[in-house]
Design a protein around this ligand. Structure first.
Ligand code: ADP
Ligand code: MG
Length: 365
């Protein structure tokens, strides 16, 4: 069996501006055909990493390999030849004035492709990004979503071996963003495209990534499959960033058959845990794992944790409501607006919060 070889690989990568180290990554591999999402807050080094991979910037230290050959520090023609095998897409679509077709065919003209083949390629990628028939449209008249589709078509036209995307949907409205996320995911899968997708949005990362690396202050906090990151965060930072709105300090009071009793603020919770009795840990509970019921309602089902409390805050987020319950420690539940109405929940109402033992995740043993 042939070992799969990464398309892009970085080792001991460090980038400093003056005294400040903004990126410090021991190892990074991008495998053929995968969508690697680089997730992290603003300023965590995502764009710097992408620019280094694209040879737009040189690392202060370390190596970058493309298709098995070291490429950091290449200059002139050699650099351009490697960089041209990749395509980079930014938050603001990089398009020049003129029409859609001119923009998409630009990279092909630079590569001296014949007119007939160029026309075929352009119409093919326009279909791919659902801009069919819009070739003559002026860039200035496009919507944000259409402009980003045009930028995507322009990038795909050159059939890059790697597509690098730097927060491409960050400035689009939510519905357009959703649509483009789904379409791009399908497109990348269908084409078997290798991609590095940078975002600060955890939902986008979950939707698009085959694998995710989470950056914080230039360091990889955690790397893994989306489910690892979202259900087994290795630090309080990761947990908070991927939506564990409930994080508590807990003491493990006893463990038996993998089940643990955890004491949070004087209350006992049941969780799944391998740590020893007596240890102090951080535990997290995702708000979507907490259900709410009226006091006295039957049917806690398989929930091992049932806490009585009073609603202290209700915040609407579109179709869902974020309800804080004083248990008396604050516990946040994410429920649909419909459930909220059916339960007639409001500030001051007494409720029962329920969640399974598996919902209580030990973050930092
Ligand atoms: P983000 O994760 O938001 O994309 P960046 O990669 O753009 O973050 O930046 C990481 C850090 O590096 C930031 O603190 C930023 O201010 C700094 N930085 C980026 N580019 C430069 C530069 N050309 N000169 C100095 N500092 C920079
Ligand atoms: Mg950036």
């Amino acid at each position: 069996m042939v070992e799969p070889r990464p398309v892009l690989e970085a080792r001991s990568l460090r980038k400093s501006y003056g005294e400040r180290v903004v990126l410090d990554v021991e190892e990074l591999q991008v495998m053929r055909g995968e969508v690697l999402v680089v997730l992290g807050p603003s300023g965590s080094g995502k764009s710097v990493m992408l620019r280094i991979l694209n040879l737009l910037e040189e690392p202060t230290h370390g190596t970058v390999s493309f298709d098995g050959a070291e490429v950091q520090g290449l200059k002139g023609r050699e650099r351009v030849e490697v960089a041209r095998r990749m395509a980079l897409i930014f938050q603001d679509p990089l398009l020049f004035r003129g029409n859609v077709e001119d923009n998409i065919s630009y990279g092909l003209r630079v590569r001296r492709m014949h007119a007939a083949e160029r026309a075929r390629r352009v119409s093919e990628v326009m279909e791919l990004v659902r801009l069919g028939g819009m070739g003559q449209k002026y860039i200035a008249t496009l919507s944000g979503g259409e402009a980003q589709r045009a930028a995507l078509a322009r990038a795909l036209a050159i059939r890059p071996e790697v597509l690098l995307l730097d927060e491409p949907f960050a400035s689009l409205d939510a519905p357009t963003r959703r649509t483009l996320q789904e379409e791009v995911k399908r497109l990348l899968t269908d084409l078997g495209m290798t991609a590095v997708f940078v975002t600060h949005d955890q939902e986008e990362a979950a939707r698009l990534g085959d694998r995710i690396i989470l950056l914080k202050d230039g360091l990889i906090e955690q790397a893994g499959r989306p489910r690892d990151i979202f259900y087994e965060p290795k630090s309080e930072f990761v947990a908070g960033f991927v939506g564990f709105d409930n994080i508590y300090q807990a003491r493990i009071t006893c463990t038996e058959d993998g089940l643990a009793t955890l004491e949070v603020d004087g209350h006992e919770l049941e969780g799944v845990c391998a740590s020893d009795s007596g240890s102090l840990v951080k535990v997290g509970i995702r708000p979507e794992d907490v259900t709410l019921a009226r006091m006295g309602d039957a049917g806690a089902g398989s929930a091992r944790n049932v806490l009585n409390g009073t609603v202290s805050e209700v915040e609407f987020r579109g179709p869902v409501a974020r309800v804080t319950v004083a248990c008396p420690f604050p516990l946040i539940a994410l429920i649909t607006r419909r459930s909220l109405e059916e339960l007639e929940l409001d500030v001051g109402v007494e409720v029962q919060a329920r969640f399974k033992a598996t919902a209580v995740v030990v973050i930092e043993p």
